[in-house]
Design a protein around this ligand. Structure first.
Ligand SMILES: [Zn+2]
Length: 396
């Protein structure tokens, strides 16, 4: 019996990174130098469009979103505790269950060119495990379209909220999550050994860690050193990330370099969400010194903020805006943070449109990469593993 012919998809007349028009050939999920002789060929006309790699959202909260729900008017809130109360109130008020809202937002992200994401979902007595179950359900429905890592996030604090540690243990054993989260162990959740609890769970269940660290100055830097020491001691190199790390954003010169070296040596990655010039991490300097770093959406239209849209090209725009980018190389660096930085963080092969790399790319009506970062053209076609998964901003 002869095996069925392989299928190659030929994307005709596209311009990788704005270069000359050519064909991209996808075979078995990867880009190939040419169409194999024995392959059956499917042809997609690119119409001379710009081809760019699809992107990775290294930090998003799909469980909190009100995306696609009736407009939610927010009340004033100050500090994490008041925002947390707002999360609970919003979750109770929204008509759609978490799985439906998460799927809506994650589908939207995928149709805008997100190929993978690390999603945080709250674990607290107010919700039980409904957050991680809902996001896991959405991730299952999007298998093959967007890869999802899932963090059990103790937004309400492990020490300050009774019941969270037990729920985290349940989440860790559930098989649904890839990471255990944490939050401000010297500020919001200071009166106990949060780090001891979350590191023990990660070690016991073979999971990674991804810890929110908003505290600035020494209150943020001391836990960072503690996290580095625990990571080394437990042999978790390469499996620990710290989100936001505003304390690192406040460093420069020798202090920044020393902190970068500490993180690189312990194999700790960072994620940044491009909120502003003072909170975005100096990612180029950090990467130069060997720190893996990714870009993320954070909360999208949730109780914390009416803003956000889970569009990672727009997030690259925000990073460029926050950094006052002007040169092409500065605009491109923001895109690469979303493309390559996130891929490295999630352990995915880099999508760079070369033969042998994943056939993960998007086609846009644009001229070149820096121009696309500024103009944010519609994603006319999104391709995942050689398959067209979205057209004109909608999943197919
Ligand atoms: Zn977050």
């Amino acid at each position: 019996m002869t095996p069925p012919p392989r299928t190659a998809t030929l994307f005709h007349d596209v311009r990788p990174f704005g270069g000359p028009a050519r064909d991209l050939v996808a075979v078995d999920g990867l880009l190939a130098a040419e169409v194999p002789a024995d392959a059956r060929v499917e042809r997609v006309d690119g119409g001379g469009r710009l081809a760019l790699p699809t992107l990775v959202d290294a930090h998003i909260h799909p469980d909190k979103t009100s995306w696609g729900e009736p407009w939610h008017s927010r009340r004033p809130a100050h500090g994490i505790a008041e925002h947390v109360a707002g999360d609970v109130e919003l979750a109770r008020a929204l008509p759609a269950p978490v799985g439906e809202r998460a799927l809506r937002l994650m589908s939207h992200a995928a149709a805008r060119g997100t190929r993978a994401m690390r999603a945080h979902a709250d674990v607290a007595p107010a919700y039980g495990l409904a957050g991680i179950e809902g996001v896991a359900e959405a991730a299952g429905k999007l298998a093959g379209v967007v890869d999802v890592e899932l963090v059990a996030f103790p937004q309400h604090g492990v020490v300050r909220t009774p019941g969270v540690a037990e729920l985290l243990a349940e989440a860790a054993a559930s098989g649904l999550v890839t990471h255990i989260g944490g939050i401000d162990p010297a500020g919001f959740d200071a009166d106990g050994d949060q780090l001891g609890t979350v590191f023990a769970l990660a070690e016991k269940h073979g999971l990674g860690l991804d810890i929110h660290l908003h505290d600035r100055g020494e209150r943020g830097l001391a836990p960072l050193r503690d996290i580095a020491a625990r990571t080394r001691a437990l042999g978790l190199r390469g499996r620990v990330s710290v989100a936001h790390a505003f304390a690192v954003a406040g460093l420069s010169g020798r202090e920044l370099d020393e902190t970068a070296d500490l993180l690189a040596e312990a194999g700790i990655a960072l994620t940044t969400v491009a909120l502003s010039a003072t909170t975005i991490l100096p990612f180029r300097r950090l990467a130069e010194r060997g720190v893996r770093i990714g870009l993320g959406s954070d909360g999208v239209r949730d109780s914390w903020s009416p803003f956000g849209n889970a569009d990672m090209l727009h997030r690259a725009w925000l990073a460029a805006w926050a950094l006052d980018a002007r040169l092409d190389e500065e605009l491109e660096a923001c895109f690469r943070l979303a493309a390559d930085g996130g891929a490295e963080l999630l352990g995915l092969p880099k999508a760079d449109l070369r033969p042998g790399s994943p056939a993960d790319f998007m086609l846009l009506d644009g001229e070149c990469l820096p121009q696309a970062v500024v103009d944010l053209p519609r994603r006319d076609l999104v391709v995942r593993a050689g398959r067209v998964v979205a057209r004109d901003g909608r999943l197919v």
